[in-house]
Design a protein. Structure first.
Length: 340
């Protein structure tokens, strides 16, 4: 190869490299501009003070997913103006819930080689009270009505409830003593009136009734069950089949949950139902799309839940009695809680 030929090849390579770099810069600038535009077109978000204590007027708090400097921060809006300007706290959470001035915030800790996770209990000013290592990817979180108990669920293998190859770990902490039950699978299970033991049990999706009782999902033998839990007795008792991610109504009479239904895609198998705990009668809601969330009761008659949206998730709402129609409540938000 002559010297002139080598020079031609070198110059060609330089030109091509410059073209690629310019294209990459322009593409990044375009993406940045798109994000700025999306934020400008989305909800107004400003930094401010967020309290978990009751204040004049009921408030909705959630993880903000709008693009911008406050993405993933816990934010708040007046409950009566859910699409209004948001006040962002500066505290970032993957999953979040709050009640009675106590918050539970599941966070990622980004390491050089891999991410780890932690559960952080927050006071009414969103200051850290205590932290616990979490065994995997956060998926569910709840606080008891009194604020005295918090619970969380993580995936320790797999990252979806849709299949069968996953494992969860669910913990409950008493915020008065910091005593932790770090794996509810160690509780004694009573299934169909008899003690039950199996190696394949999974527990997830706690919802509290008081400072001792709760409901959750038990999975075993390829089926799921609603279980009633007792913290003091350390027991789980099956109540109803095909219930996942239960959520207890404020009056304690009904459970909202996602139910696997036949005849739909196995990648999107769930529909939103409500179970009457006295009669065990199931009522399908008017939301006919796939729901992979632990619904929240905004009051005794209305449910709130997340569905995929343009920026991750939007919050939707539907009546709990099967009437009406689903409607979008808040864009670019997930993990809600009502205060006040």
């Amino acid at each position: 190869m002559t010297r002139s030929t080598r020079m031609v090849i070198l110059l060609t390579a330089v030109v091509l490299l410059g073209t690629v770099c310019t294209g990459a810069v322009l593409h990044a600038a375009h993406r940045s501009g798109m994000r700025d535009r999306q934020q400008a077109d989305g909800p107004a978000v400003r930094a401010g003070t967020v309290s978990l204590r009751s204040a004049p007027g009921r408030r909705l708090v959630f993880r903000n997913l709008a693009w911008g400097p406050h993405r993933d921060e816990i934010a708040t809006v007046p409950a009566g103006r859910p699409q209004g300007p948001r006040t962002a706290s500066g505290v970032k959470c993957l999953r979040f819930h709050a009640a009675a001035g106590t918050g539970i915030c599941l966070q990622a800790v980004h390491g050089a080689l891999e991410d780890t996770y932690r559960a952080v209990v927050l006071d009414s000013h969103l200051r850290e009270l205590h932290r616990f290592p979490a065994a995997g990817i956060p998926t569910r979180a709840r606080v008891s009505p009194s604020g005295h108990l918090v619970a969380w669920t993580v995936f320790v293998s797999g990252d979806s409830y849709a299949g069968t190859h996953f494992s969860t770990r669910t913990a409950i902490v008493d915020t008065r003593t910091w005593k932790i039950d770090d794996n509810l699978e160690t509780f004694h299970i009573v299934k169909d009136g008899h003690p039950y033991h199996a190696a394949d049990t999974n527990i997830w999706g706690v919802t509290f009734s008081d400072d001792n009782g709760f409901y959750a999902t038990l999975a075993t033998g390829g089926r799921t069950y609603l279980v009633r839990g007792d913290v003091t007795a350390r027991t789980l008792t099956t109540l109803h089949a095909n219930v996942e991610c239960p959520s207890l109504s404020p009056d304690g009479t009904r459970i909202a949950y996602k139910k696997r239904v036949k005849g739909v895609s196995q990648d999107a198998p769930w529909r939103l139902y409500v179970l009457d705990l006295r009669t065990m009668k199931e009522t399908p809601t008017a939301e006919h799309r796939n729901i992979d969330d632990q619904a929240l009761w905004s009051d005794d008659s209305t449910l709130v839940y997340a569905l995929p949206g343009d920026y991750g998730s939007d919050l939707w709402t539907v009546p709990a009695d099967g009437t009406g129609a689903a409607r979008r409540l808040v864009t670019s938000a997930v993990a809600p809680a009502y205060l006040g």
